[in-house]
Write a protein that binds this ligand. Sequence first.
Ligand SMILES: *Cc1c(COP(=O)(O)O)cnc(C)c1O
Length: 441
Amino acid sequence: MHTKEELISINPLLEKVANLEPTVWINPDRETGEKAWANVEFTIDDIIDAEKRMKRFAPLMVKLFSAVEGVEESKGILESPLVHLENLEKKYKDEKNLKGNLYLKLDSHLPVCGSIKARGGLYEVLVFAETLAKENNLIDDSKDYSQFSDKNFKKLFSKYTVQVASTGNLGISVGVMGAALGFNTIVHMSNDAKEWKKTHLRNKGATVIEYDGEFSSAITQAREISIKDPYSYFVDDENSKTLFKGYSVAALRVKKQLEEMNIKVDENHPIFLYMPCGVGGSSGGVAFGFRKVLGDNVHAFFVETTHIPSFLIGASTKLHSEVSVHDLGIDGITEADGLSVARPSKFSGFTMETLLSGIFTCNDDVLFEHLKKLNELEDIRIEPSSCASIDGAVDLFNYENAKEYLENHNLMDKLDNITHICWATGGNLVPEDVMNEYLSK
Ligand SMILES: *Cc1c(COP(=O)(O)O)cnc(C)c1O
């Protein structure tokens, strides 16, 4: 436990953060070139290995989820569009000082899960299934992985339980994949998990256990329950390097999309990436991948809400998972359930120390403003957490220290060339009545 005074003495900006004022923290330790990678344990081989595994499993995805829109067309490689928000861009250029080109990465519309967790949660369950199948001599890399839905595989998997703690979307990805393969699946859900997400999971055959407490305490309890069962596997959002690698594959796919769209990435055409951040797993995995695959002209930012700026507190004090928002006297209550994590991941903070450019915080209110505008002007509907990324792009031009960052990187005369990639982390599965409620806020 750290005190508020102690934290503010390490980083004076935390006074503002404690007062719930929207702000941006610029990371003084961002590095480029070799230096950026000196202390990073993940490599390009990790990304390529994960991509290869996804390809091996692609025929299985088609077999299991052919009824889901988009799976068959994609031949089992789940990917989402990158779209230019021309109308919203114009609106925010007129009204809010935005400069550059505004893009949205629609992981909100990833098939099967409707969130970024399709990259990580599905993947980790597949890794576990592959490990078991190999141990039991049922498969090797040269075989057709659509066999994973055969009876003998199901029989093996039915002896095991896959468990996860989640504020919602990770639970959906693990629960859906686990159940489809024949595992018993238990999803431990914290108090801020939305009711519809629990219902969705139960309908898919997962067991849902509800907790009174917040995510950080739910995951601690869930981990202990899982450890006691030798036939249980725990997908650990605070510690999982497998999840992280799964998310990082996004960078290879976006590189291709940028090429197809003729969008340049170089010194004169930088990418500004905005990731809504909870525990720092999916956000960190994607940001790591971007820096690795697209290089130093990627400026990666996270965005959190003012009531739960956990990664900002951890990263800016370098205390990482040793601190929670409560140490700074913040309540941790937000409508953005995807970001609702009071204590950041153990290793993501360390990994991002030299890779991340900074972290924005925004009010819950502005999430709904972006949500509505996106619906009105672009006919796109995403969940509130996802909208944090759009606020990052807008806020880049609203803070003095962000302007300094642009100056220090010689970008002031290149602002019109910036490609902003805002990550829409979830939304497609939100039921219509819930979405209408969001739209009427
Ligand atoms: C998971 C999630 C996030 C944040 O990801 P972390 O891995 O917790 O950093 C943001 N938005 C949505 C909708 C999510 O599902």
